[in-house]
Design a binder for this molecule. Structure first.
Ligand code: MN
Length: 437
């Protein structure tokens, strides 16, 4: 079926297509996007859906009404709490379903457009529904694939002359993270407590993290791919990637600094990771393929990749202090990443590690060359030395209680703009000390 998916056209991407649903020209969700998500309807029913403009579309209801006739789908494929079963169906099914949705909502197609009863069952306004975590995430990997980020952190904490470790240019460095604390956009994040070693102290302190940070990342989600012991060749990797989301990999820098030697990130990362609710498929991102940075020295053959291996996705990050307006603090781009998603997946599996449906792979903090493109407060303030000014006159070295961190990502060419919506999380104060002991 993989070969079939390579020749089957992505008709959903036709840039000239218009929907009979209203779509604002700055919307992240034109008819060319057709992302997948899971939501709770006004009748308290959980369903799989897509989004066009500010409308959420119940795919289970569409399926029940026969609109997916001719596509091999089980009856309950969209009547699920997660997208896992649909993702397991594979790339050909994703493409057939996306193409069909584009047809159903095309302005020239009267079938659903002129059928009021069906429309009322299938279409919801976004403010009538609640978005849920779209997949059940089994395993979570976080890479470290931005060279500018690795250089910044390396020069800050070690030595500007040797900022990159010797392995960095030869493999996509990563670690296995915690899947249970990945939450959907909108979920409040509690400031973690833990051990830190304050500068100059002789023994560790215990209490709320004082250096709470965000990390601007994107993540991809896989389908069942390889059996344990087999690897996925780089050239096949994208057939097993369903799509991408925005991700805020919340980080407690003071906990992290004390705990990370010698085995890497642990509790400073595992208290929360926020993802955006709509998974934008690789098919939808196809028109936005872009060249990544040149790779020098050339990677080993199993990691060698040529051409447009990245995507042009601009990501903007805002901090919104309690009751105040948002301040834009960072503008970066996914194409800044040194290692591509195919290289990451090929590397993840080269040792025979099996990947499964719903696994999530974070890119690592996405920073660029200029200061405004840094993807964390750690870098933007250079470890707190240069605070960031907010529009309300206050300053931030790190994230304060009551602050909301919002990431928005989108792609734009001469013909269309599509995006990921928001990845948003508000920070709540840490639990009172008596609850911590
Ligand atoms: Mn990270």
């Amino acid at each position: 079926f993989i070969k079939f998916s390579k020749i089957m056209k992505i008709t959903a991407n036709n840039p000239n297509r218009k929907s009979w649903l209203d779509v604002n020209k700055n919307s992240d969700f034109p008819i060319q996007n057709i992302p997948f998500g899971v939501f709770l309807t006004r009748d308290d029913i959980t369903t799989i859906g897509t989004r066009i403009g500010d409308y959420a579309i119940d795919l289970a209801a569409l399926h029940q009404l026969g609109y997916f006739e001719g596509i091999p789908l089980t009856d309950d494929i969209f009547m699920q709490d997660t997208l896992n079963d649909f993702i397991t169906d594979g790339r050909m099914t994703w493409r057939l379903v996306r193409n069909r949705i584009a047809d159903i909502f095309d302005e020239t197609n009267p079938k659903l457009r002129d059928q009021e009863k069906h429309r009322d069952t299938v279409i919801f306004e976004m403010d009538q529904i609640e978005m849920l975590l779209p997949v059940q995430i089994g395993d979570y990997t976080d890479f470290y694939s931005s060279k500018d980020h690795a250089m910044n952190v390396g020069s800050m904490f070690r030595d500007p002359e040797n900022a990159l470790f010797p392995n960095w240019l030869h493999l996509p460095v990563g670690y296995h993270g915690r899947a249970s604390s990945i939450v959907v956009s909108g979920t409040k994040v509690r400031r973690p407590v833990g051990q830190t070693m304050p500068p100059g102290a002789e023994s560790p302190a215990f209490g709320p993290s004082k250096l709470l940070d965000f990390e601007v990342e994107m993540a991809f989600i896989t389908t069942d791919a390889n059996k344990l012991g087999k690897s996925i060749p780089l050239t096949d990797a994208r057939d097993y990637i369903f799509g991408m989301v925005l991700m805020n990999d919340w980080s407690a820098r003071d906990l992290q600094k004390w705990e990370y030697v010698p085995l890497g990130p642990f509790l400073g990362k595992s208290f929360a990771t926020t993802v955006s609710p709509w998974i934008v498929t690789l098919d939808a991102l196809e028109p936005f393929k872009a060249k990544g940075p040149d790779q020098e020295p050339a990677p080993l053959p199993y990691l060698k990749e040529e051409g447009e291996t990245s995507y042009d996705i601009q990501i903007e990050t805002f901090i919104k202090p309690k009751k105040e307006e948002e301040t834009l603090v960072s503008v970066t781009n996914f194409k800044n990443l040194y290692w591509s998603i195919s290289q990451q997946l090929a590397h993840q599996t080269v040792n025979g590690c099996n990947v499964r449906t719903g696994d999530l792979y974070g890119s690592g903090t996405i920073s660029g060359k200029d200061k405004k493109s840094f993807g964390s407060m750690l870098e933007l303030t250079w470890a707190g030395k240069n605070p960031v000014k907010m529009n309300d006159g206050t300053e931030r070295k790190f994230i304060q209680n009551g602050d909301t961190v919002i990431m928005r990502g989108f792609c734009q060419n001469n013909e269309i703009r599509l995006g990921f919506g928001e990845c948003r999380g508000k920070v709540k104060k840490a639990h009172a000390p008596e609850k911590n002991s």
